[in-house]
Design a protein around this ligand. Structure first.
Ligand code: ATP
Ligand code: MG
Length: 606
């Protein structure tokens, strides 16, 4: 970075980065080339302090790919005591909207990062950028080109052929000044003129073949209204915005590598106040999903998902709604690391991070997804006055305390956890079989005695008996249970709905082409269950809270997109409303085959 001058460093308050994953504080951060390079730059005094930025274009919601860039930019700034800016790259009013500006700030804050100083906008620099464009015109380094935009592209040439000069290239400085002012004043229709840098139409790097600096858009901007009808290109705006803000290290994804000479050319030829440098890293590609705003927008617009915050979406808003905690995303980004070569990360790795995080943070509860009535005929004789059990909220954290779980003669068990087929092997079916034994989680061992059928011939209830003396103790060997199943009181429980989510795409690498995208969607990515029964303690669940439903996976009480659904504090309070909805974040790793081993003796206490 020979042309990097010392930078005055951050002016705003130092930023905070979470310490439970994804930051250097965790001590598990991998070494990577950017960290190494920044350390060298600081040691050599090439910059006085580190300033990075995260520059989203407000034309969609943040996704898991952005999270990588966020963790990198904010994480490095925190690690080196620098600053990271949030700057909206809002140079294209055709596709941008305030909704996205708001959503991006919300998601960034949720992920746990604070930007230094206020929110910044490239649009705030439109005046300065215009002056710098005029500066280039004065130097004979930019000209107004009246080729139609398609011709501008055609004249650019290819990787193997040089471009051709525009017939407008040799205009005088005076003409260019006048015409550029006319562009600004709205005297040209959109698409009939643009301002281009005058560099080299035969340059081996196509980015350097007289790139477009300004184009006309007769469109109101969400922040500057009708002040401008010409808007700077990404290339012209980005590096100069970095310079205005004193950014020292402008980190971007690999597709901008070819633009770096142009980035440097502008910095070289303009009287900018600082000399930022661009560095590229590989973007995050994830299997079984897509990380491109354009494709995500298609899924929303074509009704494949409910919205940007649909829990199946790889957006931060979608993942939040699904019950993923921000720490898991930060951990994942730290584990993925930073490299210079493109690759695709298996979604297993994200799922592992999510599961691992929830295992440590989610209290346990029981919920029956597809209820089958279980009637215990000898309940009064064996359990007497036992009406509830106290079970631990988390098996490894006794300090979390216990929950009271109503128990009684009428329960619900999972339909899938019962079979009348006595030939099922004990090894393969560790659940309840007619005439055999199973343990009800945290309580007695029971034996299934007989079944009742409804008018349609469907099993509608199972009659069972408690094995005396098995509460918190093992039965004699001949009554050894097949396994442990979960249950819920049929009398005192929380009726609820559950949405089961699976991966959005059936293929590992979705083809995002127009026709091929939709047929690759997983038709079972959402299964809605309307008649589920959760244990009574979940009446206290609050929107966004996660639980492990034992033997099922991790679930969270649905929340409004912004996580601020206040009336969800008491989910069952209003009987006119639909029952509360739990979203499955992710299944338990070892959920198939279902059922844990019979060694687990009941931990319940009366
Ligand atoms: P998309 O392709 O989804 O539209 P983008 O790059 O156009 O993404 P921006 O809003 O411009 O979206 O991105 C803001 C920042 O996030 C940029 O610095 C960009 O490089 C980075 N970024 C975007 N997608 C990824 C990704 N998949 N992996 C890592 N960084 C990403
Ligand atoms: Mg972009």
């Amino acid at each position: 970075m020979s042309n990097t001058e010392p930078n005055s460093g951050p002016t705003a308050a130092p930023i905070r980065a979470p310490t439970d994953g994804g930051s250097a504080d965790s001590g598990t951060e991998k070494a990577h080339f950017l960290r190494h390079l920044i350390r060298e730059d600081l040691a050599a005094g090439r910059c006085a302090g580190l300033v990075t930025r995260f520059p989203p274009e407000p034309n969609g919601y943040l996704h898991i790919g952005h999270a990588k860039s966020i963790c990198l930019n904010f994480g490095l700034a925190a690690e080196f005591g620098g600053a990271c800016h949030l700057r909206f790259d809002d140079t294209n009013p055709a596709t941008e909207a305030q909704e996205y500006v708001d959503a991006i700030q919300r998601d960034l804050a949720w992920l746990g990062f604070e930007w230094a100083g206020g929110v910044r906008f490239t649009s705030a620099y439109f005046g300065q950028l215009y002056e710098w464009a005029v500066h280039l015109v004065r130097q004979g380094l930019a000209y107004v080109c009246e080729l139609p935009l398609k011709a501008v592209r055609d004249y650019r040439g290819t990787l193997t052929e040089p471009g051709r000069d525009s017939p407008y290239r040799e205009r005088s400085v005076a003409d260019n000044l006048r015409l550029f002012a006319a562009m600004r004043d709205g005297e040209f229709a959109a698409g009939t003129a643009c301002l281009r840098a005058k560099i080299d139409m035969a340059h081996p790097n196509i980015s350097m073949r007289d790139p477009v600096l300004y184009r006309i858009r007769q469109q109101a901007h969400q922040r500057t209204g009708r002040d401008w009808c010409i808007y700077p290109s990404y290339d012209f705006a980005h590096g100069q915005a970095d310079a205005i803000e004193g950014v020292t290290h402008s980190l971007c994804t690999l597709e901008f590598q070819d633009h770096r000479p142009l980035y440097d050319w502008f910095i070289e030829h303009l009287p900018v106040p600082a000399r930022p440098r661009q560095y590229e890293f590989a973007r995050l590609n994830l299997s079984h999903t897509v990380t491109s705003k354009r494709t995500l927008r298609r899924l929303v617009e074509e009704g494949c998902v409910a919205d940007w915050d649909d829990p199946r979406m790889p957006t931060l808003a979608g993942m939040r709604r699904r019950g993923v905690r921000p720490a898991a995303i930060r951990r994942f980004c730290a584990d993925v690391g930073v490299a210079r070569a493109d690759s695709r990360v298996d979604i297993d790795m994200l799922e592992h991070a999510v599961r691992d995080d929830l295992n440590r943070h989610a209290p346990r509860a029981m919920c029956v997804l597809r209820p089958l009535r279980l009637i215990i005929d000898n309940y009064a004789a064996v359990a007497g006055e036992l009406h509830a059990l106290r079970l631990p909220r988390h098996p490894e954290y006794p300090e979390w305390g216990e929950r009271s779980v109503p128990f009684g003669a009428e329960l619900f068990i999972e339909r899938d956890d019962f079979s009348t087929d006595a030939s099922l092997s004990r090894k393969r079916f560790k659940r309840l079989v007619l005439g055999d034994y199973v343990r009800l989680r945290g309580t007695f061992v029971i034996r299934a005695e007989q079944v009742r059928h409804d008018a349609a011939g469907q099993i509608c209830a199972v009659h069972a008996s408690l094995v005396p003396g098995t509460l918190g103790a093992n039965p004699p060997p001949e009554m050894r249970p097949r396994g442990v199943i979960h249950w819920v009181s049929a009398v005192d429980h929380l009726p609820c709905r559950v949405n089961l989510y699976e991966r959005l795409f059936t293929v590992a690498v979705p083809d995002t082409g127009a026709a091929s995208l939709l047929p690759q969607l997983n038709p079972d990515s959402l299964i809605e269950l309307a008649d589920c029964r959760a244990e009574a303690s979940l009446r206290q669940a609050r929107a966004g809270e996660s639980y492990q439903f034992e033997r099922q996976g991790y679930f969270c009480l649905d929340q409004a997109g912004d996580g601020a659904d206040s009336d969800a504090d008491a989910p069952a309070a209003d009987s006119n409303k639909k029952p509360p909805l739990f979203n499955r974040t992710i299944g338990l790793k070892d959920s198939a085959p279902k059922g844990s081993g019979p060694k687990d003796i009941g931990a319940g206490k009366p």
